[in-house]
Design a protein around this ligand. Sequence first.
Ligand SMILES: O=P(O)(O)OC[C@H]1O[C@H](O[C@H]2O[C@H](CO)[C@@H](O)[C@H](O)[C@H]2O)[C@H](O)[C@@H](O)[C@@H]1O
Length: 174
Amino acid sequence: PRRARDCRKASLGRMDLATSAVVMAGSLLDSMKASSPRHAMSPTGADQEEWIENHPSALEWFEGVLAAAEGKQIVMFLDYDGTLSPIVEDPDRAVMTEEMREAVRGVAQHFPTAIVSGRCRDKVFNFVKLEELYYAGSHGMDIKGPTKVSNHKADEVLCQPATKFLPVIQKVGV
Ligand SMILES: O=P(O)(O)OC[C@H]1O[C@H](O[C@H]2O[C@H](CO)[C@@H](O)[C@H](O)[C@H]2O)[C@H](O)[C@@H](O)[C@@H]1O
């Protein structure tokens, strides 16, 4: 009975820890939801045609993009996998071409440029290797950069909103 009692106590302790992790994660999720626009459901059929009409390709509507950007500060947010690099079977081999690196370097000379990825920040940086960019890794939980100045004024930032959750994440072991 004592072993059973100890065991129950230990499992209650684990439940407390897991519950506090869920509560903390829940509050983080709530604040993320509050600061993000709702994801639209992917439209299909006629809705999809209407969606495409209302969201033309930037390449086919370049004059419109220029007009909309008039007088505004332009900031570039780029995805990595499947955008700057091809989708490949082994995630460690998703390298970007030198030509693509040059294109991104050119963009960053004119506009503050960030790469936003689900990958951890270091991995994305090791593929891209451009110090003049901002990197938002782990779905925006780890944002840093730039470490090198470019043509335009860019303030260095370090924003790691999930840092306070690290102890509980490490304890729960997720
Ligand atoms: O936010 P992203 O930069 O688009 O990252 C999303 C995920 O990208 C990686 O996975 C994807 O690309 C791999 C390499 O081409 C491919 O093998 C995999 O099937 C794709 O899902 C990355 O491995 C993930 O960690 C990212 O969340």
